[in-house]
Ligand binder design. Structure first.
Ligand SMILES: [Zn+2]
Ligand SMILES: [Zn+2]
Length: 109
C-alpha cells in the first residue's frame, strides 16, 4: 500500500507510475523512484534503531579501544562492544562510543 505525499490518499498503480486516487490532487510518482526512497529510509532507520535501543547507555564499563579515532572530535579512545546483528555466519559488528564527546558509531569487521 502506498500513500500520496501531497494529500495522503491511496495511490493506485498505473503502468510504471503510481497515481493519487484523489481527483483534486492526482499527484503522480514514478514507481522506481519511490522504491529507491523507501529503501534508503528503511536502511537509516535500521541503523539508528540498533544503536539507540541495544547500545545506548550500555558502554560504561566496557573495554576501551585505542586503535580508533572519533569522527566528531578526533579523540583516540572509545568504549566498544561487539554484537552479532545479522545472521550467525556474518561477522559481528563493533559499536563504539567516544570517551570524549559521546559520539557513537559502528564498524563492520
Ligand atoms: Zn494526492
Ligand atoms: Zn568524540
Amino acid at each position: 500500500m502506498q500513500f500520496c505525499d501531497e494529500c495522503g490518499s491511496m495511490m493506485k498503480s498505473m503502468g510504471s507510475k503510481m497515481v493519487c486516487t484523489n481527483d483534486d490532487c492526482q499527484h503522480t510518482v514514478a514507481k522506481d523512484e519511490e522504491k529507491a526512497a523507501e529503501f534508503v529510509s528503511t536502511e537509516e532507520q535500521g541503523d539508528s534503531a540498533v544503536i539507540e535501543t541495544s547500545e545506548d547507555a550500555n558502554f560504561e564499563g566496557k573495554p576501551t579501544a585505542k586503535d580508533v579515532t572519533c569522527e566528531e572530535c578526533g579523540h583516540g579512545e572509545a568504549w566498544y562492544t561487539i554484537k552479532q546483528t545479522g545472521a550467525a555466519d556474518e561477522p559481528p559488528t563493533r559499536f563504539f562510543k567516544c570517551q570524549e564527546c559521546g559520539h557513537r558509531w559502528r564498524e563492520y569487521s
